[in-house]
Design a protein. Structure first.
Length: 164
């Protein structure tokens, strides 16, 4: 079984869509481990703030099947199939890591891990000692060295359950 990390985000009806997205992932994959929930400003466009977290799960699905399943869950929760990258979202499910596989064609590990605080911070809390498959550094060390003034990020006080 592959250990998989997925970035989960929403800027439209955030609490409800995050909750529904987590429930859909749990129904498909079983037990989930969740990072704390964070709020951040939109990146790349002016818009309402996003809620983000990272989910760890295990699957026997291959990468292509998994991505197809994630896109299906997004679509079921109101995300248009061909939506622009820098727009508000009902639900965003991004495959961040699939075991320690490296595949530039699929963007594994996902480049946003190193670019966006709303991905790196929750990943560093969920898997602090796991090492980035390309850089070899732990996510905890990567977060410690991240220019934290670059993006505003704050923990949401109303938390989702620690796991399902």
């Amino acid at each position: 079984m592959a250990a998989v990390f997925i970035g989960v985000g929403s800027s439209i009806n955030r609490s409800e869509n995050i909750r529904l997205g987590i429930a859909a992932l749990q129904a498909e994959f079983g037990e989930l481990l969740l990072s704390p929930l964070y709020e951040s400003e939109a990146v790349g466009f002016s818009g309402v703030n996003f809620y983000n977290l990272v989910v760890k799960l295990h699957t026997e699905q291959n990468i292509v099947e998994l991505i197809k399943k994630l896109k299906g869950i997004e679509k079921q929760h109101g995300r248009p199939e061909k939506s622009s990258k820098f727009t508000p979202r009902t639900l965003d499910l991004d495959l961040l890591l699939y075991d320690q596989q490296i595949d530039p064609d699929i963007d594994l590990p996902r480049g946003e891990i190193l670019k966006n605080a709303f991905v790196l911070k929750p990943l560093s809390e969920l898997a602090p000692t796991l090492r980035h498959p390309v850089l070899g550094e732990t996510y905890q060390a990567l977060w410690r060295n991240y220019p934290q003034q670059k993006q505003k990020l704050w923990k949401v006080s109303k938390q989702l359950p620690d796991h399902y």
